[in-house]
Design a binder for this molecule. Structure first.
Ligand code: PRX
Length: 653
């Protein structure tokens, strides 16, 4: 195993402290030890029971079919409609007046949408999509800010059996186009722009630029929500205003049921090569596990909780824990458009106070930046409504965990550190808040029904306390079914390291209590502010610049963002770019090619890169430099002097 980041346990006294749930929390918790007992007794029967909590138009009789491994089928002969499960079901049950969304825009405008209203909106949008000729199985790209229409669009697409591919609004025209083409999308749903940091960030112009690039021509229409009020160009034949079209639509829509294995969405994520992977999720199994985990891990009491997950719907966390999990459970939730510090650094805390948020789910990077800003900011707000806190996206260091519980949770709330991935679809490892004695910094236990092992490279269990690789040993309902257009890559990436078992790409350790600690990625995937980025993708963006001859990218440990992108580039001899100008130019170039989230924190111009005799770049050594550490073992380098050259060049620069 290589390159696991700093040890989360060593030096963190907090890591060994235990925080049992309070007696009151335990008494009222919806999940008790009987859940894990049932799952241990009969895993498949356990998942079948969870699936039966959904509404099936045709009940399933089969649970798992693994004969075509690694492509799983769950509940295959059952039929359901995902949107009906997330909306209609609650209205039918008499909860139509319950608030589904408390939405707040960054400028302070608000909308409250009940389940009955959501049903009307989703129905109108479903009718519109059908009118535009979108059919079951067609792909629709969604490129929207965090506004109610994002949720409505996703549910409407699901309702008619089409497949959404949501692209995070921070991605560039080129990244958007690559995703549109790979999925063969027939429609793009976007907005003129969305509010971010006190200004409108344009989106429609990015869609226009994306569709002007050369390539396939699958997109027939662009549906545009008016949000930012910014001026936009208009292609008469192609572009439609959402508000104009929707106004003419009926608020009822007869939803039909689809097979449990009917595709629900594609979500692109970074891998170890330059090309993003289109992770495919299907309906019944995905919804089962998203709903089950949302209920049990967050101890959801839908009639009284106010839940807030701060993730953008452009990421898997937004899919499973803003849209599908909470809505399948009939939760009341907050949806917020903007950034945490607009217009002031207390924005999140005032939202919690205003809506009486009881459950908060966010990322360690956010917690660490609040820590840095100081506790006076949250302390100025009444956060006593909070009763449970969650963390996701990267390992949470014990210091941040303790601060989160103490300062945000008032020293009372359980904190659940949830490990999972785009590919796993839903939470896989997490404390269960009414049961587990929490240990700061550890994700601790597989959730009931999930089988995890920590193995060494030869496939044997890693010794207790020793580092190993995280592996899922049994199929699970919300697992990715394949990579869109590339089933071979699916098999190769996840199922070839340990045949029959799923290799997650994360390092892990089981401590002497049997608790699981996540140690970060063991491959060339970086994690910056909880977002997955590929070193290879950023390297290929850099070498696409005419001035760059070679590039190597590493993720260097960063106090706030977890990791930061650090690039080392060799400029072409004839490059029209002075060394001193290279950093700002190339940083902007990467942001332009991939999106602002991929912009390197630092770009170092170097004369050489460290390579093995076979020509492989040794990123491990560059990471030592980027983190200001003594450079490790260089004996496998073709030229052992190269690190000294790079280091003195960096000092001079
Ligand atoms: O490295 C792990 C890290 O995020 C990766 C998955 O990224 P993505 O597919 O974008 O999904 C993020 C949100 C689920 C994992 O391979 N990761 C996620 N959650 C944790 C984590 N690492 C440690 N602890 C976590 N709780």
């Amino acid at each position: 195993m290589t390159d696991a980041p700093t040890d989360p346990i060593a030096g963190a006294e907090g890591g060994q402290r235990r925080f049992p749930p309070s007696e009151a929390f335990r008494r009222n918790a919806i999940a008790g030890p009987e859940l894990a007992e049932a799952a241990d007794r009969d895993r498949l029967a356990f998942w079948a029971e969870q699936a039966r909590a959904l509404r099936w138009e045709r009940p399933f009789t089969q649970v798992l079919d693994w004969t075509d491994a690694p492509h799983a089928s769950w509940f295959a002969d059952g039929r359901l409609n995902v949107a009906v499960n997330c909306v209609d079901r609650h209205v039918v049950a008499g909860n139509g007046d319950r608030v589904a969304l408390h939405w707040e825009g960054e400028p302070g405008d608000t909308r409250t949408i009940t389940y009955a209203e959501l049903l009307g909106e989703v129905s109108r949008a479903a009718n519109l999509l059908a009118d535009l000729g979108v059919r079951a199985g067609d792909r629709v790209a969604v490129y929207l800010p965090m506004i109610p229409e994002a949720v409505i669009a996703m549910l409407a697409i699901a309702r008619i059996g089409a497949v959404h591919s949501v692209v995070f609004g921070g991605f560039s025209a080129e990244s958007l186009r690559a995703r549109i083409d790979d999925a063969g999308a027939v429609l793009v749903i976007t907005a003129d722009g969305g509010w971010r940091k006190g200004a409108v960030a344009p989106l429609k112009p990015v869609v226009d630029a994306a569709l002007e690039l050369p390539g396939e021509r699958t997109v027939r229409n662009v549906l545009v929500v008016r949000r930012g009020g910014n001026d936009v160009d208009w292609a008469e034949e192609r572009d439609l205003w959402w508000h104009e079209e929707i106004a003419a639509m009926d608020t009822t829509h007869d939803a039909r049921a689809f097979d449990a294995e009917h595709p629900l969405f594609i979500l692109y994520t970074s891998g170890t090569t330059g090309r993003p992977k289109g992770i495919l999720h299907t309906s019944g199994g995905y919804l089962t596990q998203a709903a089950f985990t949302h209920r049990t891990v967050f101890d959801l009491h839908p009639e009284r909780d106010v839940y807030w997950c701060t993730a953008d719907v452009g990421w898997i966390t937004g899919h499973s824990y803003v849209v599908y999990g909470p809505l399948a459970n009939g939760a009341t939730q907050v949806l917020y458009e903007g950034t945490p510090d607009s217009p002031d650094p207390g924005r999140w805390w005032s939202i919690i106070e205003r809506y009486g948020v009881t459950i908060l789910y966010t990322a360690p990077t956010a917690i660490r930046s609040f820590m840095r800003a100081g506790r006076a900011i949250p302390d100025a707000h009444d956060l006593t409504s909070l009763r449970l806190l969650g963390s996701v996206g990267e390992p949470i260091n014990p210091e941040a965990w303790l601060w989160y519980r103490e300062v945000i949770g008032g020293g009372r709330t359980p904190v659940v550190d949830t490990w999972w991935q785009t590919e796993t679809g839903a939470i896989m490892v997490s404390p269960i808040p009414g049961i587990t004695d929490a240990k700061p910094g550890a994700a601790q236990t597989p959730i009931p029904g999930i089988a995890i092992a920590v193995l060494d490279e030869s496939g044997r269990p890693a010794p207790a306390g020793g580092d190993g690789l995280l592996v899922v040993t049994e199929p699970w309902p919300s697992m990715a079914r394949t990579i869109w257009n590339d089933p071979e890559r699916f098999r190769e990436t996840y199922w070839s390291a340990f045949p029959g078992r799923y290799f997650a790409g994360d390092g892990a350790r089981l401590d002497e209590d049997g608790d699981l600690w996540l140690l970060g990625r063991v491959d060339d995937v970086m994690n910056v502010s909880g977002h997955r980025l590929s070193t290879a993708e950023i390297e290929s963006a850099l070498v696409a610049h005419p001035a760059v001859a070679e590039a190597a990218v590493v993720g260097a440990t960063d106090e706030t963002t977890g990791q930061a992108v650090v690039a080392f580039v060799i400029l072409r001899a004839a490059a029209d770019l002075a060394d001193a100008d290279a950093s700002p130019v190339l940083r902007a170039h990467v942001a332009d090619r991939i999106g602002a989230i991929a912009r390197p924190a630092r770009v170092h111009v170097v004369a050489e890169l460290p390579k093995t005799r076979s020509g492989k770049i040794m990123r491990r050594l560059l990471r030592d430099l980027a983190e200001g550490r003594e450079v490790g073992d260089t004996t496998t380098l073709a030229d052992t002097g190269v690190m000294r050259t790079i280091e003195s060049g960096m000092r001079a620069g």
